[in-house]
Design a protein around this ligand. Structure first.
Ligand code: 13P
Ligand code: SF4
Length: 313
């Protein structure tokens, strides 16, 4: 067996392998900085879905979580899609298993089913339209007003959308373990320590946190805000991986990651996203595994609400 590169050799060996495989590397903002720096595209869920759809390389190495790699395969099935760790899941995807949604749908046949992209292919297949945090407000606002809506699986994002759009929605009881852990008292404590620093928050945070935010938006929107706001200290309520790009964009500014449950925890690191490492990414490209594969009938059923989203984005 050929020896694996040493940690010092790994970045160059990885770059060489990307070339040899004719691969494109997509990384979410919640990946660690090493993976972000080696990726061809770094983005939020929507940007990465669009990049995957447009990809002409033979292989997509998706440095993110399972539902993201699955979405890439749904949108671009002729590419091989691999991810570094098959166990990189998501508490939101786990919260809305397809059989439970199917049962709910059968009991509420008149509802429009709006699903956050953080769900499995099988759950997408039961949905009318998919949204991400960057297009959800626009899409929910554009839905017909003569039918009730179920929004899932993120109840916090759903509650924020109800407040933003004025559209009543039934909310599926799911949450992101990272954003739900952000405690109001920690936000207030940090605000007292950094008076005047704008609070930037992702809408997956609970309402009692969002009410203190100066700006609420998707990962990309938070980065844009950090880039254009003249403030020089920011408090950031989302997964801490985004601070890497914020610091690169604003080397003059200080970014304080709001840790979560208490001032010293690291609850703002997604344990699923952080399963991915450069060594696992290297092995995934070398072995072309673990690979995402989908039944064609399921892929087509899951693609329909994704296409609806892309048409409305
Ligand atoms: P966005 O990438 O749409 O901001 O979503 C954040 C997230 O939690 C991804 O899992
Ligand atoms: Fe899922 Fe939350 Fe992790 Fe995103 S940060 S992958 S929503 S658990």
């Amino acid at each position: 067996m050929v020896a694996e590169p040493s940690p010092a050799e790994l970045p160059d060996a990885f770059r060489t392998l990307v070339q040899e495989r004719n691969a494109v590397v997509l990384a979410h903002y919640y990946q660690d900085s090493t993976l972000q720096d080696l990726a061809d595209h770094v983005g939020d869920s929507l940007q990465l879905a669009v990049a995957a759809q447009r990809c002409e390389a033979d292989v997509i190495l998706f440095c993110g979580v399972h539902f993201m790699a699955e979405t890439a395969k749904i949108l671009n099935p002729s590419r091989r899609v691999v991810l570094p760790d098959l166990d990189a899941g998501c508490s939101l995807a786990d919260a809305a298993p397809a059989p439970a949604l199917a049962a709910w749908k059968a009991a509420h046949p008149d509802h429009i089913i709006v699903s956050y992209i953080n769900c499995t292919a099988a759950t997408k297949a039961l949905s009318d339209v998919i949204v991400t945090s960057s297009n959800a407000r626009r899409i929910v606002s554009a839905l017909p007003t003569d039918r009730p809506i179920l929004f899932g699986p993120d109840r916090h994002l759903g509650a924020w959308l109800v407040a933003q759009t004025g559209r009543p929605m039934d909310l599926w009881p799911g949450a992101c373990i990272v954003h739900e852990a952000v405690a109001e008292r920690v936000v207030l404590d940090l605000r007292a320590r950094h008076p005047g620093a704008p609070i930037l928050a992702h809408p997956e945070c609970p309402a009692e946190v969002l009410i203190h935010a100066d700006f609420v938006g998707s990962t990309t929107a938070l980065l844009q805000r950090a880039t254009t706001d003249p403030a020089t200290t920011f408090l950031v309520a989302t997964e801490s991986g985004i601070l890497h790009k914020m610091r690169l964009a604003r080397p003059d500014a200080t970014f304080v990651a709001i840790p979560g449950r208490d001032i010293s925890c690291a609850c703002n690191e997604c344990p699923h996203m952080r399963r991915n490492t450069l060594l696992k990414a290297y092995r995934a490209l070398r072995d072309l595994a673990p690979e995402i594969e989908l039944e064609e009938s399921l892929r087509l059923a899951a693609k329909r609400p994704l296409d609806a989203m892309l048409a409305m984005s």
